[in-house]
Each structure stands twice: as C-alpha cells, then as structure tokens.
Design a protein around this ligand. Structure first.
Ligand SMILES: NC(=O)c1ccc[n+]([C@@H]2O[C@H](COP(=O)([O-])OP(=O)(O)OC[C@H]3O[C@@H](n4cnc5c(N)ncnc54)[C@H](OP(=O)(O)O)[C@@H]3O)[C@@H](O)[C@H]2O)c1
Length: 180
C-alpha cells in the first residue's frame, strides 16, 4: 500500500490560515479536533506523523513542542538536525522515504501546513485526503491556503462532526475532500 498524505487545515472566508506566525483565531474546539485527528490511532502500538514546514515548526510554542504522542517531521533546506524533538527532511519524497523505514510504527501521515507544504502535498501522487475546517468569518491574514484543485470532491468521514459548529459566535464547518 503506498503511503497516503492526509492534510489538515483551518481556513477562514478569504482562505487565510495565519498571521504573524500565529493562527488568526482562537477556537478551542477546532484545536481539540486537530489534536484528536492527528493523535488518535487504531493500533495503540503505532503513532501518527505530523509533517510540517519549518516556519510552522518554529511557530509552535515551546511548551507544546514537539507535538506530543506524534512523530514530528519538519521540511527544511536549512536545518539537518533537530535533535530528539523532530526529524528534518528536505522535501516530501525524502519525508516519505524516511517514513517507509519506520512504516511498522506509523499509522497515518498528517500534513499540518503551512502554505507551500499543503500545495506540495496536494500535488503529490501520495495525496490521500484533505480535512479542511471552513471558518465562516473573514480574518486579517498573511498566509493563505493554496487553491484547491477542481478534481477534489467532498466526501463524508464518520470521525468528523457534521453540520455547522459554533464557538464564541464564530461558525465553522468540517469538510473532507478526496481526489476524484
Ligand atoms: N490554519 C492552519 O491550519 C495553519 C496550519 C499550519 C500553519 N498555519 C500558519 O501558517 C503560518 C506558517 O506557514 P508558512 O506557509 O508561512 O510556512 P511553512 O510552510 O510552515 O514553512 C515554510 C518553510 O518550510 C520549508 N518548506 C515548505 N514547503 C516545503 C517543501 N515542499 N519542500 C521542502 N521544504 C519546504 C521551507 O523551509 P526552509 O526555508 O528551511 O527551506 C520553507 O521556507 C503561521 O502563521 C502558522 O500559524 C496555519
């Protein structure tokens, strides 16, 4: 079975995902959804990978780094060694090769941003799914989710809450896409 990349992102009305190295919003339930999806495994002996760009890695507050109970992998051309906290890889094919070496310990591969990593993952032959939270509000952003290809179609996943969610007066919807 080829390895599948599953993307998870939250974007607002203008498709913004970040500002000044942070999330533009604070939504506890959405963050809990991210943690549950990226952490939970069917096989308790396995962990999921969270694959991210260097900036996203640098933006995670120290106390949450590395993201716990997950194998942290960082795409970067600048850093070769991130110590025991994370595995540095130069691109997605290199990350997939590295994961193949430890395939028996890995259940799912979550691509957690940012922009260029999402784009590369959507263009990759290993693309599997996109889990996209649509936040129904406009926020000022400096980082954006790339254009979703026309051949991506909405599907249902029983693990994802259906319908409009609401927190602090902000509405959002969990969507799941696969390639047609
Ligand atoms: N809303 C969300 O769901 C969400 C998710 C993630 C992040 N964010 C936000 O997005 C912002 C950070 O994202 P960003 O787009 O600015 O940066 P990023 O993608 O996290 O990091 C960019 C860096 O990652 C490396 N990189 C990216 N794509 C690569 C590829 N395909 N192959 C090899 N290396 C690659 C490069 O590192 P080198 O320069 O070291 O080569 C590049 O400079 C923050 O504001 C963060 O809060 C939001």
């Amino acid at each position: 079975m080829p390895l599948k990349l599953e993307l998870i992102a939250a974007a607002c009305d203008n498709m913004g995902i970040g500002i000044n190295g942070n999330l533009p919003w604070r939504l506890k339930t959405e963050m809990a959804f991210f943690t549950r999806m990226t952490t939970s495994t069917n096989d308790k002996n396995k962990k999921n990978v969270v694959l991210m760009g260097r900036r996203t890695w640098e933006c995670i507050p120290k106390k949450y780094k590395p993201l716990q109970n997950r194998i942290n992998m960082v795409l970067t051309s600048q850093i070769t060694d991130l110590g025991h906290e994370a595995i540095a890889c130069k691109d997605i094919p290199h990350a997939l090769d590295t994961i193949l070496q430890m395939q028996n310990q890995v259940e799912r591969i979550w691509v957690i941003g940012g922009s260029r990593v999402y784009k590369s993952a959507m263009e990759s032959p290993n693309f599997g799914r996109l889990y996209l939270t649509r936040i129904k509000k406009k926020f000022e952003c400096d980082t954006f989710f790339p254009t979703i290809p026309n051949n991506f179609v909405l599907i249902e996943d029983a693990a994802v809450p259906q319908g409009v969610q609401k927190e602090n007066g902000i509405e959002f919807v969990y969507e799941v896409y696969e390639k047609r």
